[in-house]
Design a protein around this ligand. Structure first.
Ligand code: FES
Ligand code: FE2
Length: 354
């Protein structure tokens, strides 16, 4: 499992946290304890430096956490500040700390060195889309697969016609208009116009529209999507490029999704969805959440079976098609970032021993 460490990963939803109650998370196969106190959120490696008890079983008080086993007290930087019954505290008495940020109601951890966390790499919505103008809700699914397979799935919407025939019901026109894939910094942009669409079947539109779906897929596995219905002719008049969201006559919906690798064969998938307030309300949002759950469970069944096939014959190659361009460009980018981090780590080790 190779993923870049210098990136922000979703560790949980803010709703998962209770004040001063430790929450057990896992990212990149590392056990992590997260807690909230006095409005701040802290995250430490969950393996106690003493005898490896799980710090997620400990007790939080403000910015400190006490191990449940023999009571070592850690501050929010991961340093031991009290060893009951012992005066001296060894210099190695610490655990890893993680830089923490909140965005979209999720808690994000920087998996590289906390002191070098780059806040500019947190994902944003496009400047012309305001989160607060949407009625948003979401959900979570666990997949028993390597996270990369979930990313591959999200980078190729060609599967909608087959996997989501019952949930999204994309219709026959969908596959005839391939995604336009454009490499961007730390990801790819995928955009697709379906002209004269009757919309996804589940929406039961009464008029045909030009339908736009466009998203950025960003390292380490974050999808930021805008989709809307536009008057017929908009696709052509906009040069088949991304439309101005203000011109939408329906939906104006945003979807935000994040894939977090939790273990070698496990990943957690977070999603948010909802219409623009001009076009939908809480009932529409709940309908969208319902259809999303239905669709992502369809994905889950296919991808978990795919994982078993790959594990059965791990060295047998796969055969890309025209729809895989986004998958290939994105995975190449990830491989390069992982290689860069590895080269920098080798250089730092050499410098340290020189
Ligand atoms: S294992 Fe944590 S205090 Fe002993
Ligand atoms: Fe899907």
């Amino acid at each position: 499992m190779l993923y870049p460490r210098n990136a922000w990963y979703v560790a949980c939803s803010e709703d998962d946290l209770r004040d001063e109650i430790p929450y057990s998370a896992r990212l990149l196969d590392e056990p992590i304890v997260i807690w909230r106190a006095n409005g701040a959120i802290y995250a430490l490696e969950s393996r106690c430096v003493h005898r490896a008890a799980s710090l997620s079983m400990g007790t939080c008080k403000g910015a400190t956490l006490r191990c449940k086993y023999h009571g070592l007290l850690f501050n929010h930087l991961g340093k031991v500040i009290d060893i009951p019954g012992q005066d001296n505290i060894p210099s190695i008495a610490s655990v890893r700390k993680y830089a923490v940020e909140r965005r979209f109601g999720w808690v994000w951890l920087w998996m590289g060195e906390a002191d070098s966390a780059d806040r500019d790499l947190l994902p944003n919505l496009p400047a012309d889309i305001a989160f607060e103008n949407h009625v948003i809700g979401g959900g979570v699914l666990d997949y028993q697969v390597e996270a990369r397979l979930v990313s591959d799935n999200l980078l190729d919407f060609g599967h909608l016609t087959y996997v989501h025939a019952e949930s999204f019901q994309p219709g026959d026109l969908w596959l005839e208009t391939p995604m336009r894939i454009t490499p961007i910094e730390r990801g790819v942009h995928a955009g697709r116009w379906v002209e004269g669409s009757s919309g996804p079947g589940w929406m039961e539109l009464t008029v045909n529209v030009d339908e736009w779906i466009g998203y950025e897929y960003l390292v380490p596995g974050v999808l930021i999507m805008f989709g809307g219905h536009f008057p017929l002719g908009t696709a052509r008049s906009s040069g088949y490029r991304r439309p101005d969201p203000a011109l939408a006559i329906g939906q104006g919906a945003i979807n935000i999704q994040a894939v977090s690798p939790t273990g070698p064969r496990s990943s957690r998938f977070y999603f948010l969805t909802g219409p623009h307030r001009r076009f939908g309300d809480e009932a529409m949002r709940d309908r969208m959440i319902h259809v999303n759950y239905q669709a992502f469970n369809e994905d889950k069944a296919v991808i978990e079976a795919q994982q078993k096939m790959l594990d059965h014959e791990p060295h047998r190659p796969v055969m890309p098609t025209i729809h895989d361009r986004g998958v290939i460009v994105y995975n190449h980018l990830v491989d390069n970032l992982v290689a860069e981090e590895r080269d920098l780590a080798v250089r730092d080790r050499r410098l340290a021993t020189a």
